[in-house]
Design a protein around this ligand. Structure first.
Ligand SMILES: *Cc1c(COP(=O)(O)O)cnc(C)c1O
Length: 455
């Protein structure tokens, strides 16, 4: 498979090149030359296939000729020792994407990317050094994804005192090949320091540097896997049993009889809480590959650049506004460029409905779903749940399956959820994180201080 920049269709590069460079040299994003359809034998068996087999079949055509099948097979098993259960809650299905080590869906992209990088760089002498700036969530997923991966070191910069205690432990509690740097400044300062380090000639000579941000194609593609798996199950009329670590108020709540049943044979509509639109773009890829998906609802918080675009046809990026679903506080979504490079506005309007949700409505729905269903929503998942309610008039009726993507475990955002619901059950993975001791080097906003840490 060749990959092209969204800004230049002339020069293709390999998967390895696209993954290891991240951003195209012209500032565009890498996209595959085609989105490969599933073979019919795979497409028709998505409802019965094992998750790892779906993972293998989904990623295979994108890395063909660069990652041998047996290596890819091992890679998807090593990346995903956890499940993505599709669980009925009230009148809809919740796709729980928070059973990985950082309790958020970014584990799916980050853990595959880490293993792909390690393989693609086998035999290289210079160790690869990955530099990331984070406002909280991405750093944890990248750190956990690369932890223990040979030949790769990671340095995560985060604004000192501005991430939650849990996030700090996810970033700075690992040690080993993960170095944490607490910057006495803002997230923007961290980003600026990383950019400056990338342009430092001396550093470039000494080390192979790479970034691992959310625009990386090797993070995007594996996110299609759970869409295909869930769409296959829904079409077959199947759901999963509540999982260890599912956020039910009591074991009884999950087991209570459900009055709602959806008809098998209907394609699912996914409701996706969106910020940078990587998750949603991966859903579009899964649909184009042939997974049985009716369409998508793109739910945002007040940072509603894309819902506005779908309504008006005008793309107007703007500065981001702070909300309680802060992983979606994005005013200029980076994956938008990928979406419009591969789908026309008319196509997007056919497949995608946009909706935005206020903080007030987000809080209200967390409280209501806890009260009526005994299920805890995190603020991001709540935006998707509420977004579907707001559109219900024009959205498919509930006899058709509707899947809410649950992008984070509510315990990750306990400071927002618990005042609305009371104590949230904490999954084992997060309990273990809280026991770690964060160890970070503290530096001022000064490039020479960073370069000293890096050399
Ligand atoms: C990153 C993130 C999102 C937004 O995903 P995008 O791919 O950026 O649209 C939603 N919810 C949570 C919990 C996240 O961490």
């Amino acid at each position: 498979m060749r990959y092209y920049s969204t800004r230049n269709k002339a020069e293709g590069v390999s998967f390895a090149r696209a993954a290891l460079t991240g951003l195209a040299p012209d500032g565009g994003l890498f996209v595959p030359e085609v989105i490969p359809p599933y073979p019919e034998s795979v497409r028709s068996s998505l409802g019965t296939m094992d998750f790892h087999d779906i993972a293998f079949e989904t990623v295979k055509p994108y890395v063909h000729g660069e990652i041998p099948d047996p290596v890819l097979e091992d890679m998807v098993h090593a990346a995903y020792p956890f499940a993505a259960p599709l669980v009925p809650v009230g009148d809809r299905l919740v796709l729980e994407l928070f059973h990985g080590p950082t309790a958020a869906f970014k584990d799916f992209g980050a853990r595959f990317m880490a293993r792909a990088f390690a393989y693609l760089r086998r035999g290289e002498e210079k160790p690869l050094h990955i530099l990331v700036a984070t406002s909280g969530d991405t750093g944890g997923a990248v750190a956990a994804g690369f932890y223990g991966v040979e030949g790769i070191g990671v340095t995560v910069l985060y604004p000192k005192g501005r991430v939650s205690p849990l996030q700090e432990r996810q970033i700075a509690g690992l040690g080993g090949n993960i170095k944490a740097v607490a910057v006495e400044g803002s997230f923007d300062d961290c980003q600026r320091l990383v950019k400056t380090a990338f342009s430092d000639q001396d550093l470039q000579k000494k080390q192979a540097l790479s970034s691992a941000n959310s625009i990386n194609i090797s993070r995007l593609i594996p996110q299609s896997i759970y869409y295909a798996a869930a769409a296959g199950k829904a079409l077959a009329g199947k759901t999963d049993l509540p999982h260890e670590g599912s956020p039910w108020a009591s074991p009884g709540a999950a087991a209570s009889p459900r009055t709602w049943a959806f008809k098998p044979g209907q394609p699912i509509t996914f409701c996706v809480p969106s910020g940078n639109f990587g998750n949603l773009t991966a859903g579009l890829y899964a649909m184009k590959m042939g997974a049985p998906i009716r369409g998508f609802i793109a739910a945002t918080n007040v940072n509603k650049t894309v819902p506005d675009y779908l309504a008006s046809g005008l793309y107007q990026p703007r500065p981001s506004q702070a909300t309680i679903s802060n992983a979606m506080d994005v005013g200029a979504p980076s994956n938008f460029e990928r979406m419009i490079a591969q789908w026309s506005l008319e196509e997007l309007q056919r497949i995608l409905q946009g909706v935005w949700v206020s903080d007030e409505a987000t809080r209200r729905i967390i409280q209501q779903v806890h009260h009526t269903q005994g299920y805890f929503l995190d603020p991001h998942t709540a935006v998707a749940w509420q977004g579907f309610d707001q559109l219900r008039g024009s959205a498919p009726s509930c006899t058709d399956p509707v899947g809410i993507l649950a992008t984070a475990h509510p315990a990750k955002f306990a400071e927002i959820v618990e005042p609305l619901t009371g104590p949230v059950p904490v999954p084992v993975s997060l309990k273990q994180v809280m026991e770690r001791k964060p160890l970070a080097q503290i530096i001022p906003v000064d490039i020479s201080a960073l370069l000293e840490v890096l050399c």
